[in-house]
Design a protein around this ligand. Sequence first.
Ligand code: 5GP
Length: 191
Amino acid sequence: MELLERRIRQDGTVLPGNILKVDSFLNHQLDTALLDALGAELARRYAGAGVTKVLTVEASGIAVACFAARHLGVPALFAKKAKSHNLNGAVLVARVHSYTYGRDYEITVAARFLGPDDRVLIVDDFLANGQAAQGLLAICRQAGAAVAGFGICIEKGFQPGGGALRAAGVRVESLAIIDRMDENGIVFRKA
Ligand code: 5GP
């Protein structure tokens, strides 16, 4: 998506360790006009896919998930990372390994918000090694919910997450795919 690629080139910073910093518009300070456009594009790609719910994980996926859900006319639901005393009753839990932070954490969704009648669009800001994605798939599996596919803002195509999902037959729509990045620049995959 041209609009997003242009913004990444303009305002993104490549940090050591293959981390792309986009916190001036995507996952700390939020450019809501841009996020609205990203949500609209994800909704356009999944129009007619029968999506009943958009699922993400807190915190950085929530913004784009809300805009996508608004354009699809369905609720947005986010998995919680902190153990919450407010999650009364049955819960769906998955363990996720974070390479970015070098530790494991659990993600949790109240079982009453996801069930066999749901068809889920899983949304996130980044797809890298795919650990968060696998955790969200596991949550859907536990709920007996169908997965329409993934809607990702930025896929780091040089890491294995997206490839593994597609090889498993899962639909992955990424609005920008980075094939290479370093201090000299960012190379996007051609659409
Ligand atoms: P994965 O589980 O696919 O390896 O990583 C997914 C999560 O890690 C994303 O939700 C995102 O929060 C974080 N992440 C991975 N790579 C990057 C990156 O290059 N930049 C930023 N800002 N976050 C990243």
